[in-house]
Every structure is written in C-alpha cells, then in structure tokens.
Design a protein around this ligand. Structure first.
Ligand code: PSV
Ligand code: MN
Length: 431
C-alpha cells in the first residue's frame, strides 16, 4: 500500500509560523477563563481526548440526484479511503476511527484491511450495512424495501447481509452495527403501516440475535428519501420503539439531517439519554432536508445545544451513556478532506464550548425560572472563542495548528491525483 501521509516536517514548519501567536492567545483566554474559575489546561486536555469518526464514503466527492462532479485524486477503494482518513487524523488528531459501509468497502481479505488500518494507526467505528440498493446480480430486489419487504426472500437477504456485516466488523475490531434502511412508501395506501413495521421488527430481531454480547446495534431514523410518503423508521419515536422492542443492545442514532426543519433535536437527545437509548450521532448540517452539509456550517448554536445536553449527561455521570460520534456528510463542491477536517473541528468546538457552561448557575436560574439569565448562561459559553484551546490541543498531540493551511501546503491532493486517475463516475451520487 502506498503511504501518502503528511510529513511531520511540514506540520512542524507550518506550526512554527503560528505558535508564538497561539501561545499569546492561549494565555489571554486562560486568564479570561480563570476569572470564572475555569482551568484552561483541563479544558484543553478534554479537547485532546475528543474523537469523532470519519465516514469512509465521506472521503469521496458526493453528489445529488442530478449530477456528481468527481474531484481530483478521489480514493478508488477502501485502502485509499483509509489513506485520506489518515491524513485527516494526522492533521486534526481527532479522527482516529473510520466507519465503513458495506458492501461499498467490502474486501476479499479482511486481515489485509485490518493490517492496513493498523499501519496507519486507525481504528474501525460502527459498521454500516447497505440494503438500500441492489447489488449486481442480486436475486431478490430491495426495490420495495429490505427488512420490511413483503417478500420473505428479500427480507432474508437483507437479514443475511446485516449478519455478514457483523462478521466483517468483528474481523476489524468494531463493536457496533448501524442499520439505516430506505424502506417506506411513496403513495398513500401503498403500504400497511402496522404490518410493514411488524415485518421490520421481525427481521431486526433476527439480526439482534446475531449480535455479539459486547456489540450494540444502532438504529438510524430518517423522515424521507428515498421513500417520500412514509419511511419505516421515520422519526425518533419509531426509532426508540424499535430499540425498546429489541432490547438493551439496541439504541437510537441521531443523524442531524434526518428531521423536519426546526425540530428541537437537542430535546430528542435529552429524551434518548434519559431512557439509555442514545447510541450515537451522524453529524452534519442542513437547511432544507437531508442536505448533508458540513457540520456546524449553518446551525452552530444547535450543535452547541446538543453538546450542552451531552456534557450535562457527562457531568451527572448518567448511567449507560457512551454515544458514538461520527460525521456523515456529502461534499459536492469542496475537497472532502478539507470539509471533514473543518467539520471535526466544528463538532469539537461545540463540545469544548459546552464544557464552559456554568452548570451550577444554570441550575439555579432554572430553579428560579430566570429564563433570560439561563439563556444568557448558555450564550456566554457559546460565544466564547475557544479556537486557542482547539489549536493548542492539536499542537500538543502533534497535529496542525491550522489543518487546512498545512494540508494545502503539503500538496497531498495533487500528489494523489497523479496516482489515482479520475474515477470518471460523474452520474448521480447520493451518499
Ligand atoms: C442515509 O441518508 C444516511 O444518512 C445513512 O447514514 C446512510 O448509511 C448514509 O446516509 C450513506 O448513504
Ligand atoms: Mn446518516
């Protein structure tokens, strides 16, 4: 496998240009936080520990129903996706895990894949199964659904695929299976809601029975697309019902783009935490629907409010609280490596800002029904520019103070473009 990683000398050279200013800014922020009895180094060490997984499919250029414009040097297989993921982690030091999607990332020899990830110091996050499209030569179609299909043959095929995903995941050292299906209907009356959900649950029970005891199954809801009238796991209500029906190893996954506009996602997160059903996240942003825009690019306050709930749960030592964090984005006009680095930092920023919330003051304002001061307490943390903390965390871990500038200076994209001819796949491509 060809190593295409960022030379440590380039990182050091770029950091050297920025370090003196960073030290000054860090000192100034440290002094400001100290006035509120916050030790900046404790926050920085939390930033150093923060990790978010990269989706293997996010390293390629995305697209829409209309077109896809492939970027230069796109990865052509999972080994090259791993190389790009390693670059992201080299620079951000916050993305040591990769979440694969099967069969897109299927290989003949999983031990070779594991060796490749080990060599790049990467680990594997949740395994995503794919029963939302037919594979070449597939005998029983998923056109009318997979786990809830009226045809038992199609359902069995979808169950078998999820079970093989668990097997492959075990070979990679993963501990989670994420199940998102495109099942649903496009016309009122097309599907009997209850019977379809019963079939789905029956299928999911068979997959659940195949879960190793130390694995979790994460169920992802989505209100539309590819089915535009109803989807089988439409919202967090159907999601938690399914997770409760299946058992303690089944939890709900929240993809930020999978809700109606203006839905209070942070409250959904709180409910899932309360009932020990929060499995994890697919972070992204959206304006209209499931746009899969870069995390925090449009609604950074919403992302912060979600982290406010997460940090609150951490603070209360909430039982069985250990959600997976992952990005799930589509990069149509940017270099995917740059977007993924930006997004990882954006999510990390929300976490760090949420750590600054004065929780005792907030509790008191809530008890006193002081709505204005409760809200201002959150705003104060959100509006604190924590950039020096994020930059220092990266510097201390050997990453780049400025990941984008360092990446551009490295010339990585043009170097890989030489060895990875354009995939030419410029048809549509929803990822
Ligand atoms: C569906 O829109 C989704 O969010 C699911 O997580 C899929 O696995 C992923 O996108 C890729 O299609
Ligand atoms: Mn998703």
């Amino acid at each position: 496998m060809q190593q295409q990683r960022i030379d440590k000398a380039i990182i050091a050279e770029q950091n050297a240009k920025l370090e003196a200013n960073l030290q000054e800014d860090y000192q100034a922020l440290g002094n400001k936080l100290a006035r509120d009895n916050i030790n900046i180094d404790e926050i920085t060490s939390a930033a150093e520990k923060f990790q978010i997984a990269v989706p293997s499919w996010g390293t390629g250029t995305g697209g829409t129903r209309f077109a896809r414009f492939p970027g230069e040097g796109e990865p052509r297989n999972i080994f090259e996706k791993l190389e790009d993921s390693a670059v992201i982690n080299d620079l951000t030091q916050a993305t040591e895990r990769v979440s694969p999607h099967f069969p897109w990332d299927k290989v003949d020899d999983f031990s070779e894949l594991k060796d490749a990830s080990d060599a790049l110091n990467l680990k594997w996050d949740s395994i995503n199964s794919n029963t939302f499209q037919d594979q070449p030569g597939q005998e029983h179609s998923f056109k009318y659904g997979s786990l809830s299909n009226t045809s038992k043959d199609s359902r069995d095929l979808a169950i078998a695929h999820n079970l093989e995903c668990i097997e492959w995941g075990q070979m990679l050292g993963s501990k989670t299976l994420t199940v998102w299906v495109g099942d649903g209907s496009n016309h009122p009356g097309q599907q009997h809601f209850q019977h379809a959900f019963e079939r789905y649950l029956e299928s999911m029970k068979e997959i659940y029975a195949g879960l190793p005891s130390d694995w979790e199954m994460h169920i992802e809801h989505k209100m539309f697309e590819p089915a535009f009238y109803s989807t089988i796991i439409q919202d967090w209500g159907s999601n938690i019902l399914a997770a409760m029906e299946l058992g303690p190893q089944a939890k709900s996954l929240v993809d930020l783009g999978h809700h109606a506009p203006n839905v209070n996602i942070e409250m959904i997160v709180s409910r899932l935490i309360q009932f020990k059903k929060l499995g994890g996240f697919h972070f992204n942003d959206s304006k209209y629907g499931d746009d899969d825009l870069d995390s925090g690019s449009l609604h950074p306050y919403q992302q912060f409010l979600i982290f406010n709930e997460l940090v609150d749960a951490e603070h209360r030592n909430q039982a069985e609280f250990n959600p997976n964090y992952m990005l799930d984005q589509s990069h149509n006009v940017t270099d995917p490596i740059e977007s993924l680095m930006n997004s990882a930092a954006s999510v990390q920023r929300s976490y760090i800002a949420a750590l600054l919330v004065d929780r005792n003051a907030l509790t008191q304002y809530q008890a006193d029904n002081d709505a204005l001061m409760a809200s201002n307490t959150l705003k104060k943390a959100f509006t604190t520019d924590v950039s020096p903390i994020l930059e220092m965390a990266r510097l201390r871990k050997g990453g780049a103070i400025d990941p984008i500038a360092t990446y551009r200076a490295s010339g990585y994209r043009s170097a890989v473009a030489k060895v990875r001819p354009n995939s030419g796949g410029n048809g549509s491509g929803i990822v």
